[in-house]
Design a protein around this ligand. Structure first.
Ligand SMILES: [Zn+2]
Length: 456
């Protein structure tokens, strides 16, 4: 009986050192340095080179696919099992971090740093899992191909490019979500809503920079002296347990409301600053945009108010009003939705259009594809049994989520880890972290899971 966990612990220092090496590179999309061979900028290219260097150091065959993505082949069999991870990261707000986000800090048994959990740490876990199978010289019928892209956080153009050039592995997983196995992912869609709405006393509203995050801060510039808003706004904040401020801005007023950010696929975990702000604004303004937002989005994460609510095999449709810019009467907003595979485009668009028509607003959108792999399939069952073996967790079953991962970019692929049930690795947030014990356990689960599927 192979003790995969023991094998992983023997390599603990190497695993952490490789994660440190990758996390030191601030591989955020940077269009300013995008160029041939580095389509997502210099830092993403540097991260790609660093990962390829790790593979070369260990004697494996590596390939860089034009700076979009790369792979490391562990083993030389013809058929391949794929592990798909990403090397790009989301930006950091350094003030919100307790440590340098680009220098991994080890504290209380945890690694802290941008990318330790999303997705550099999990990618290295997958790499070591395959490396252990190889080093133990176990009999296999497939090699493991570790595939890594540089654009997961901004549309996964890396994987589209990669798979246009390279064949699909027979099956695989992406360590870029949570345990246990994720057999379903809702389709993602961004509704871009634009139009002109007479501004009334509202000079401007600004909130959110990314549609896939629940906006934490909403700022409003409104006509009138701050004294006329001060009491009612503070009262509103206190009643709703929110933070914010009222400031004098020349001869008008700036209102700031602070909610709580969260990933757009789980909007119920956040407090949307925009909708909370608009719910106050309807009491001090006749502005129609404010009315529209309050009517269609306030305290509603599931599209009830828009008339598109639906709960299917993968759970509920979710709605996040992520970005709003309103200036000189010009509206520009992005609403992120996660749509179960049973819902079609028309079911979604018709009710939304009806609401928009009432306010003279326009929309454009493109519904992405959903992922649904039979939970009874060999792939899902084998991965799940490896998870159960190392955790003893029979409670959490294979699941469906709202996040879109690389699993959608090839057939027979699911998301598998690395966040364990009941833990929060603060993915996309300040102070992203992963417990070393969890990281190593995940590596052992991966080794066992891969071996279950590729052994002779
Ligand atoms: Zn990720």
């Amino acid at each position: 009986m192979i003790d995969f966990l023991e094998e992983v612990y023997k390599r603990k220092d190497d695993i952490i050192a490789d994660i440190e090496k990758l996390c030191r590179i601030p591989s955020v999309l940077d269009e300013a340095t995008a160029n041939e061979g580095q389509p997502f900028g210099a830092a993403c290219k540097e991260a790609l080179d660093a990962m390829l260097e790790i593979g070369e150091r260990d004697g494996f065959v590596c390939e860089n696919v034009d700076g979009y993505a790369g792979h490391i082949d562990i083993g030389d069999e013809e058929a391949a099992f794929g592990i798909l991870g990403h090397l790009d990261v989301v930006p950091c707000n350094k003030e919100g971090w307790n440590t340098d986000p680009y220098e991994v800090t080890i504290k209380n048994g945890k690694l802290y740093g941008r990318g330790v959990a999303d997705d550099k740490g999990p990618l290295i876990a997958g790499y070591y899992a395959a490396k252990i199978i190889h080093e133990l010289d176990l009999p296999v019928k497939m090699k493991t191909r570790i595939i890594f892209g540089c654009n997961e956080e901004n549309g996964s153009k890396c994987m589209k490019y990669y798979f246009a050039k390279k064949p699909y592995p027979a099956m695989g997983f992406t360590p870029d979500a949570e345990f246990p196995v994720v057999y379903g992912e809702k389709a993602g869609v961004n509704f871009q809503i634009t139009g002109e709405i007479e501004r009334g006393n509202i000079i401007g509203i600004y909130s959110g920079t990314r549609s896939n995050i629940v906006p934490e801060v909403c700022e409003v510039y409104i006509e009138g002296n701050y004294k006329q808003y001060k009491d009612s706004f503070h009262q509103y904040l206190a009643t709703h347990h929110l933070k914010g401020s009222v400031e004098e801005e020349g001869n008008h007023t700036k209102l700031t409301l602070v909610g709580k950010s969260a990933h757009a696929s789980t909007p119920e975990q956040g407090i949307n600053a925009t909708t909370a702000m608009c719910h106050y604004l309807i009491t001090v303004s006749e502005n129609k945009l404010v009315q529209f937002i309050d009517e269609c989005f306030y305290q509603d994460h599931y599209g009830e108010k828009l008339g598109i609510a639906y709960t299917g095999l993968m759970g509920p449709l979710t709605v996040n009003l992520g970005v709003l810019n309103y200036k000189n009467g010009h509206v520009s907003m992005i609403v992120d939705m996660r749509v179960p595979h049973e819902v079609n485009d028309e079911q979604l668009t018709k009710p939304i259009q009806a609401h928009l028509d009432g306010y003279g607003l326009l929309e454009s959108h493109e519904l992405g594809k959903a992922l649904y792999i039979d939970p009874q399939s060999d792939l899902v069952q084998s991965l799940h049994s490896a998870y159960v073996e190392f955790t003893g967790d029979h409670t959490h079953q294979p699941q469906a989520i709202g996040g879109g991962t690389y699993a959608k970019s090839m057939p027979n692929c699911v998301a598998f880890g690395v966040e364990f049930p009941g833990t929060d690795n603060k993915i996309h947030q300040n102070n992203e972290e992963i417990a070393i014990e969890d990281l190593l356990k995940a590596t052992a689960i991966y080794a066992k899971a891969i071996y279950n599927l590729i052994k002779k």
